[in-house]
Design a protein around this ligand. Structure first.
Ligand SMILES: C[S@@+](CC[C@H](N)C(=O)[O-])C[C@H]1O[C@@H](n2cnc3c(N)ncnc32)[C@H](O)[C@@H]1O
Length: 613
C-alpha cells in the first residue's frame, strides 16, 4: 500500500480551509497564514503607494494570496497596547454556564508566544490571565496597523526603486552634464528592465490561462497496467490528482472526449488510495461524504496531527489556576476556543504534559477537543443517575462527574476489562468519587441496571475521524468489519435508550456519539433507533457549531430531524472527526403494532410487575 506516511515523507500540501467556528487554528498554521498575509499586505501597500503617487516603476501588484475562509476574523494579531485587567474568571462563571466577562486585551494574541513565563508576564498574573482568556474580536483591525510606515519602508528598500527615482526628481542644482548622461542611461536601463518584466508577467499569465483550459487525458489501460508494476512517484500522482480535480470541476469543457466522469473518478480513487494510503473500500466511503475538492482537504488534514488539548478537572482546580501553573513550567498554551471554559490547547511544553505534577495530581485530563462535545450535549446534572455505557479510558466519564460535582451516581461501564484499568486509574487520579465501574457488554443493559436520568453511548466505531492519530484505520477495515460494527452500534443504541427513565424529573436524555464520520455508523444508526423506538425523538445537541447531519444520503432518506445531529471534521473544525446525536425519551412504553410494549429489563417494566403483584 502506498501513502505519504508509509512511503516517503514528502510534503505536498493542498489547501486546508478552516471554518470560523474552530475558534482556533494551530499556532503553526496561524504563523504561516500571518506571514503570507503580512507579505501580501506589504506588496499591496507598495503597489498602491506607487500608483497613488504616480512615481516609481510601474509593476503589476501581486495578487493577494487566498486566505482561508473566515479565519482572518479569528486571527489574533500583534497587539497595539495592553488593556487593563478585567474581572477574574470566577468559580461561579464556570458553574453557571455563562461566559465569564473577559477583557479583550490583545497581549494574549497569537503573535506573542501565547503566554510567556512568569517573569515576562509582568507583576500582575491576574492581568495576564485575563488577557489570556480574552476574546478574539480585536483581531480584525490588525492588518491595517501592519500597513505601517515600517512595512512600506521595507518594501521600498527591497525594491530599491522608489528611492532611486527620488534622486531624479530632486531639484539638485549640482547636476552636471556628465551626471545627466549617467542618469539618463540608468533610466533607459530601468525602462528596458521593466518592459522585459512586463513581458514575462504577460507570458506567465497567458500560460496559466492556457493550462487551466488544457484538456487532461487520462492514462490508457496499458498505462494503468504498467503503473501497477512501476508506480509513478508521489509528486506525479499528486499532480495527476490535481489535474483530475480540475477536470471534474469543469467537466463539460475539460473532459477528454472518450472518457466519462466515472473514468475520471476511478482514476482519482486509485491515485488517492496510492497517495494517501487508504484501502479502496474506505476511500470510496469517504469520497461519498464530500465534493472531491473537500475530500482532498479532509485527507490532507488527516496527515496533520491535531493540537494537543487538555481538559481542566474542575473537581480539583480552575482553568486559570491550571494555566498559570503550567505557564510557570514554561508550557505554551491558550484556551481551545470560546465554546469551552475548561479546555486548553498546548502548543509546546518543555516537560511531557502527561508527566507534570499537575497531571499527576489530577488537575487535568489529556483529552481531544472533540471528546468534550458529547458530554456537553449530555449535560449531566447534580444528583442524577448517569450511565456511560462504553466508558474506558474515562475521558467522558470523568468530565460527567466533574459537571455533577461528584454528586449522584455515575455508572462507568466498558466491555473491555483491560481498558478498564486506565478508566479506574483516571477515576482515582482525577478525584472522582461518585463513580462505580462495571464490566458488562453494553447490550446487557438495562437488564443489569436501568432507570437512568441520562445515558451516554460513545460507541465503539471504525475511527475514521481519528486517522491522524491512528493511520492503521486507513487500511484495517473492510465491508465485513463495517457491517459487524454497525450491527453492534444498533444493538447498543437500543439498549442505551431502554436504560433511560423517560419520567426522569431532570433528564430523560440519551447521547450517541462516535469518532467516525461514515454515515453507516452515524446517521444510519440514529435513524434505525428512531424507527425502532418511537418513544424517542432527536433534540438539539446545544452545540453551536458543527455541520448538521445528513437527512438523505445516496438515495437513502433519513428522518428530517437528523438535521439536529452534528458532524465535526478535522479539515473544517481543526479537531478529530466526530458525530453527536441527542435524544429525548418521551415514554417508557413503545407501541408495536397495536400493542403497548415496555422494552425488556427497563425500570418501567419492573415497576409494572410490582404493581401486579
Ligand atoms: C470510543 S471508545 C470509548 C471512549 C470513552 N468513552 C472515553 O471517552 O474515554 C469505545 C469503547 O467501547 C467499548 N466497547 C466495545 N464493545 C462494547 C460493548 N459491547 N459494550 C460496552 N462497551 C463496548 C470499547 O472497549 C471501548 O472502550
Amino acid at each position: 500500500m502506498g501513502g505519504r506516511n508509509n512511503k516517503r515523507k514528502q510534503h505536498l500540501p493542498l489547501p486546508i480551509e478552516l471554518e470560523k467556528v474552530t475558534g482556533k487554528v494551530t499556532k503553526a498554521i496561524y504563523d504561516k497564514m500571518k506571514h503570507d498575509q503580512v507579505r501580501d499586505l506589504k506588496k499591496k501597500t507598495a503597489a498602491l503607494k506607487q500608483s497613488a503617487t504616480g512615481s516609481g516603476r510601474k509593476r503589476a501588484a501581486p495578487a493577494p494570496a487566498a486566505q482561508p475562509s473566515a479565519t482572518p476574523k479569528k486571527q489574533k494579531q500583534q497587539p497595539a497596547k495592553r488593556k487593563p485587567a478585567a474581572k477574574p474568571e470566577s468559580e461561579e462563571d464556570e458553574e453557571s454556564g455563562e461566559e465569564p466577562v473577559m477583557a479583550d486585551g490583545p497581549d494574549g494574541g497569537w503573535d506573542n508566544a501565547p503566554l510567556e513565563s512568569d517573569s515576562e508576564m509582568g507583576d500582575s498574573d491576574a492581568e495576564s490571565l485575563d488577557e489570556f482568556d480574552s476574546d478574539d474580536d480585536h483581531v480584525t483591525q490588525q492588518p491595517l496597523s501592519l500597513l505601517s510606515d515600517d512595512s512600506e519602508e521595507d518594501e521600498d528598500e527591497e525594491d530599491g526603486g522608489v528611492e532611486s527615482y527620488d534622486e531624479f526628481d530632486s531639484d539638485d542644482e549640482q547636476v552636471t552634464f556628465r551626471d545627466m548622461e549617467k542618469r539618463s542611461r540608468k533610466l533607459d536601463e530601468r525602462r528596458a528592465e521593466d518592459a522585459e518584466m512586463a513581458d514575462m508577467e504577460l507570458q506567465d499569465q497567458e500560460q496559466a490561462v492556457t493550462s487551466e483550459r488544457e484538456i487532461f487525458e487520462l492514462p490508457s489501460e496499458a498505462q494503468v497496467e504498467a503503473e501497477k508494476e512501476a508506480p509513478l512517484d508521489l509528486t506525479q500522482v499528486q499532480m495527476r490528482i490535481q489535474e483530475i480535480i480540475r477536470v471534474l470541476n469543469n467537466f463539460s469543457d475539460l473532459r477528454g472526449p472518450s472518457h466519462s466522469r466515472n473514468d475520471y473518478m476511478d482514476q482519482l480513487k486509485r491515485d488517492m488510495c496510492f497517495y494517501y494510503g487508504y484501502n479502496e473500500f474506505l476511500m470510496e466511503k469517504l469520497l461519498q461524504l464530500f465534493t472531491v475538492s473537500e475530500a482532498v482537504e479532509f485527507f490532507e488534514a488527516n496527515e496533520v496531527a491535531r493540537p494537543v488539548t487538555i481538559r481542566t478537572n474542575t473537581l480539583k482546580t480552575r482553568r486559570r489556576d491550571l494555566a498559570q501553573a503550567l505557564i510557570n513550567r514554561g508550557v505554551n498554551l491558550d484556551p481551545i476556543g470560546k465554546w469551552t471554559k475548561v479546555g486548553l490547547t498546548i502548543f509546546d511544553s518543555p516537560v511531557p504534559v502527561g508527566a507534570t505534577p499537575e497531571y499527576m495530581a489530577g488537575h487535568y485530563m489529556i483529552q481531544a477537543a472533540s471528546s468534550f462535545l458529547p458530554v456537553m450535549a449530555l449535560g449531566p446534572q447534580e444528583n442524577e443517575k448517569v450511565l456511560d455505557m462504553s466508558a474506558a479510558p474515562g475521558g467522558k466519564t470523568t468530565y460527567c462527574s466533574a459537571l455533577m460535582k461528584n454528586t449522584g451516581m455515575m455508572v462507568a461501564n466498558d466491555a473491555n476489562k483491560e481498558r478498564e484499568k486506565a478508566l479506574v486509574a483516571n477515576i482515582h487520579r482525577l478525584g472522582v468519587s461518585n463513580a462505580i465501574v462495571c464490566n458488562y457488554d453494553g447490550r446487557e443493559f438495562p437488564k443489569v441496571m436501568g432507570g437512568f436520568d441520562r445515558v451516554l453511548l460513545d460507541a465503539p466505531c471504525s475511527g475514521t475521524g481519528v486517522i491522524s492519530k491512528d493511520a492503521s484505520v486507513k487500511t484495517n477495515k473492510g465491508p465485513e468489519d463495517f457491517s459487524m460494527l454497525t450491527h453492534l452500534q444498533k444493538e447498543l443504541i437500543l439498549s442505551a435508550i431502554d436504560s433511560v427513565n423517560a419520567d426522569s424529573a431532570t433528564g430523560g436524555f440519551i447521547v450517541y456519539s462516535t469518532c467516525s464520520v461514515t454515515v453507516d455508523e452515524d446517521e444510519a444508526v440514529v435513524n434505525y433507533a428512531l424507527s425502532k423506538r418511537p418513544n424517542v425523538r432527536l433534540v438539539d445537541t446545544g452545540l453551536d457549531f458543527g455541520r448538521p447531519g445528513f437527512t438523505s444520503f445516496r438515495g437513502q432518506a433519513f428522518h428530517h430531524s437528523l438535521a439536529l445531529t452534528r458532524r465535526f471534521y478535522p479539515h473544517a473544525h481543526n479537531m478529530d472527526g466526530f458525530f453527536v446525536a441527542k435524544f429525548k425519551k418521551t415514554s417508557n412504553k413503545i407501541v408495536v403494532g397495536d400493542k403497548q410494549v415496555v422494552p425488556a429489563g427497563s425500570g418501567a417494566k419492573l415497576k409494572q410487575k410490582k404493581k401486579k403483584n
